[in-house]
Design a protein around this ligand. Sequence first.
Ligand SMILES: Cc1ncc(COP(=O)(O)O)c(C=O)c1O
Length: 399
Amino acid sequence: MSINPRRQYTKHPSLTSQRVNQLSPSGIRKFFDLLASTEGVISLGVGEPDFATPWHISEAAINSLGKGYTMYTSNLGMPELRQELSRYLKDTYNLEYDPNSELLITVGVSEALDLAMRAILDPGDEVIMPDPCYVSYNSCVILAGGTPVMVPTNQENDFEISAADIEARVTNKTKAILIGYPANPTGAVMTREKLAEIAEVAQRHQLLVISDEIYAKLVYGVEHTCFTTLPGMKETTIFLSGFSKAYAMTGWRIGYAAAPREIIAAMTKIHQYTIMCAPTMAQVAAIEALKSGETNATEMVEDYNRRRLVIVKGLNDIGLPCFEPRGAFYAFPSIKGTGMTSEEFAEKLLVEEKVAVVPGSAFGQCGEGYVRCCYATALADIKEALSRMKRFVDKHQVV
Ligand SMILES: Cc1ncc(COP(=O)(O)O)c(C=O)c1O
């Protein structure tokens, strides 16, 4: 016989915490569920590479099992991985991070984001971030007891967050600015000059910056600026990145944080009690990716670029205006001309034409009126999706 817990614990207004009750379920999940139950769908929905992990990376991990690498590692991550990562950050950005105290290997950037927020926030602390933005930014802040403060961004400004808009929202409770460029869901990138303006605001108001640079390698015709390389920012920036996107390793669950030792020590405290260490096999794979994965990453980026050009032109031709995304693997066209909300558009497109996109509203209020189309999918599928979308838009366009 099942017991109704509500009847047993009547003194509690809710069985679950108010903090969790505040969160809305990810708007992306709902579409994955719909997608899974529909045949013949072309998915531009899920934000992950369609490539398999390069074989030499997988092989390194498989071989490690035979060699007995099946145990916990140090909480911070394998020393060899931290050393390799330290070398990589020096070679790539000329940044010096001490592998023994300033780097932490995590279960993806997802865990690193959560740890960063829990390590720095006290109840009521505010974190300023762009709207729209990656779905977990907001939730990680709320789960850590903080308050997200959203800064609207728009297509006219290429979805860049402006330093002036950030500064206008600074209060005496503001603890940090959270940014992620190249951006999910918009594909926006920011120039060094504009990031430097944000750095100035951070310094003027003594704010920490959390910079999620998971798409750093996925840029097209522009340079990625690592926020930490801006003058004076290394001391107050929590730099997050990982292996999921650049090396097609989403399922391995491996990422890292690079930050001042005091912050890494605090993040490690939480990590050691909740996670212990990132998966050992994935850490071995990450070492191989850092040592010999560069060519694979470059080849995948070249391929994404070919698809990017096709999808952006295709969407504009159909009548879904799309600014040119210079990073990540997302196009973020406006669907305002159809008169539908982004959720209606995504649902109808899935039902009528079997193309899955994600409603922009899943990424914040300013995402309303847009849909996210991930082009990390085969070129033939992108072309077929575009022709189905054309039929759909022709049918629904408001004149
Ligand atoms: C901007 C951004 N940050 C972080 C993540 C999470 O990445 P990971 O697989 O490393 O946890 C994603 C995944 O889509 C993302 O788009």
